[in-house]
Write a protein that binds this ligand. Structure first.
Ligand SMILES: [Ca+2]
Ligand SMILES: [Ca+2]
Ligand SMILES: [Ca+2]
Length: 212
């Protein structure tokens, strides 16, 4: 019970201050995870595999940073779906398993940002193809409640195995940082500010009129 209360306090503090929370998977039991799974200490974040139920926490050496989250497998076109039950306005994550034996120079890491049914942004990053987790990708700007991360070709198609000999690259992510959206000031402070600004403009207008 005490632990639950403490977690609640940490989450509330993060939402109020806007400080970044970090998911590093070190406190999570290794093994398969169901879709909709939340890591220890982050009850407002839910991970899902968009094809099948193949999320797994484990230690993959330099492909992660200690324990990391993997989206298997290399043939089903999986993306990692991240849902935020409390909206965020900033997200970044580190990615690994950029194995040069299974990817080429035109392949990219992709990140899509959604708020409800609205696609806010699509960003991508080249892979440095050294099979080491030493790159990250992210986006910040306005509140959102869902993101997708995946490895794909230059057009964003996720990897599958097909007759063309398409390759597979399994997503491994770690050090996921997010910031809850800042709360709107209470008590109509925004309206008051608008009102003050409006009065100022009226004042300027009057001065103009007097001078002319
Ligand atoms: Ca980790
Ligand atoms: Ca999958
Ligand atoms: Ca790398």
């Amino acid at each position: 019970m005490k632990k639950t209360l403490m977690l609640g306090a940490v989450v509330a503090a993060a939402s109020l201050s806007g400080s970044a929370a970090v998911i590093d998977f070190e406190a999570d039991a290794p093994g398969l995870k169901p879709n909709g799974w939340s890591p220890v200490g982050h009850p407002t974040v839910q991970f899902s595999d968009t094809a099948g139920t193949d999320l797994l926490v484990g230690n993959f050496g330099g492909q992660g940073i200690g324990q990391s989250l993997v989206v298997f497998d290399d043939t089903d076109g999986s993306k990692l779906q991240i849902d935020f039950t409390v909206p965020v306005d900033s997200l970044s994550l580190w990615f690994g398993n950029d194995d040069p034996g299974w990817a080429g120079p035109t392949d990219l890491a992709w990140l899509e940002i959604w708020n409800g049914a609205v696609l806010l942004a699509t960003v991508n990053s080249p892979l440095n193809l050294d099979d080491i987790m030493n790159q990250n990708i992210g986006w910040a700007g306005q509140c959102f409640d869902r993101a997708y991360f995946w490895y794909g070709d230059a057009q964003g198609n996720p990897f599958t195995t097909g007759p063309s000999g398409a390759i597979g690259l399994i997503e491994i992510v770690d050090r996921i940082e997010y910031v809850h959206c800042q709360r709107v000031p209470e008590g109509g402070s925004s309206l008051m500010l608008l009102g003050i600004a409006g009065l100022g403009m009226v004042g300027l207008g009057r001065r103009w009129i007097v001078r002319s």
